[in-house]
Design a protein around this ligand. Sequence first.
Ligand SMILES: Nc1nc2c(ncn2[C@@H]2O[C@H](COP(=O)(O)OP(=O)(O)O)[C@@H](O)[C@H]2O)c(=O)[nH]1
Ligand SMILES: [Mg+2]
Length: 487
Amino acid sequence: MNMNQNVDTSRDASIAALTTLLTQAADALAQGGPELAEHASELRKMVSRPPRVAVVGRLKSGKSTLVNALTQHVIAATGTLECTMAVSMYFDGAPARAEVIGVDGQVERIPLGNGPLTELGMPLDNVDHIEQFLPNAQLRRLSLIDTPGTATLTVENEARTRRVLVDGQKDTKRASSWADSLVFLSDSAPREDEKLFLSQLGMTPLTSIGLLSRADSFGEGAFGHRDPLDYAREHAQSIAGELKNSVSQVLPLSGFMAESALVGRITGDVARTLAHLAPLGREQLLDVIELPDPSTVVPGFTAQMRDMLLDTVGEYGIIAGREIAARDGAVGLMQWMVERSGINRLTEILTGEISYFAVLQRAVRMLDVLDELAGGNVNREHVRWVQSVTLSQPGMHFVMLYRSYRNTYASTPDSTLLGPLRSAIAARTAAEVVDLPAAAPADQVRAELQRRLGEMQNMAMGLLSAAEDEARERLVVAYQAALKAMS
Ligand SMILES: Nc1nc2c(ncn2[C@@H]2O[C@H](COP(=O)(O)OP(=O)(O)O)[C@@H](O)[C@H]2O)c(=O)[nH]1
Ligand SMILES: [Mg+2]
């Protein structure tokens, strides 16, 4: 069975084209002497590697479980091991190993067996971060950064997360380790300090997604009156409203169900054991879960069997999955868990849209670094030449739109131009540039483009921030280009 059917490859060609362009720019920069070559090598690494997703959220919000679900492999330790308290990066690579990087730059290399890392090889306080390499198809598309948590009672965890994700971003010599996109997990309403933290990560709503995590136990949980996943889906909308300045959407997710199904815990034995409970009513089920000895309710059904089910399918899986197990067996149960978990939609967004925006974002960061170097005193003529050649490439159109979006978002987060910019950045057709369906008739698209152009011209009279004014000009260019492409 193909478990990757939800990988979105539709943006791959755009991503590849932009990667080529930026790699060439880095190579050109390297021609400017040894000092520029050092920057160029870091930039080249940054723009040519798979987009890197940072997973953040409070302690126990389900971050490591999600990392396992996304890689379909138990690579991230969950629970309270010391390893879970360091920032861990996951890459595709062989042989399977962990490299524990000390704050002093010392590297401890630890071979990995089949399970997650269980020791650090140095005191936790000496660890800057851990890099783990595994031959893994999922990691070939996206690499992951698991963090020990923010806004928790454990101040040290937050400090470690910040050192890599916030302070690290400011150091252009470490450009290749910057995160490109963000997944924020929360199993309840986000707090002010979390929102503040999100605003410090150098992302925009286009490169960030929120998750209402542990959705299988949301609200009153599996035995409540509403299906927790459906309830979580509804509630995710209100969290999305609260987080609208940080993330573009919030999805409900059960990382637990996704992990369990995707790492192969749903065996025939699990399905058969669960199927025994199919005929039970709600009250009897509650007894099976709560009584020390469930065989008094279902003869032959032991506490051990019950605990095994709790570990593999959880309370929600027991109550909502037992009939599926009886009817469709292990494969059906597993597919149902994957579908209900929300992991497919997340994978689709992370591999498609967000990867594309992440690549635009790092192109912008590369332009930032070039700007900085152009103002420095190492061969700036050369740097300026690289800048001007890079900026004149047609492929940079979307990068410039994204830069405008980022600058407008930073200076005027409630600007009315952010929506139109977003559409223009994500558009694949002229119609989509102005929020019309791709199949809209040409006349209608032309008329709407003209109308938007008029709107942009009128805005020039109004009060705009500097970033907005540039955004307005970029949109004029985008609308004109779309009109031209149609003629
Ligand atoms: N019910 C439920 N439990 C979860 C889910 N995700 C994680 N957990 C549990 O929550 C605990 C903390 O998860 P972990 O991934 O280590 O959280 P982290 O601290 O954010 O990395 C573990 O016991 C997980 O089994 C979920 O989607 N549903
Ligand atoms: Mg963790």
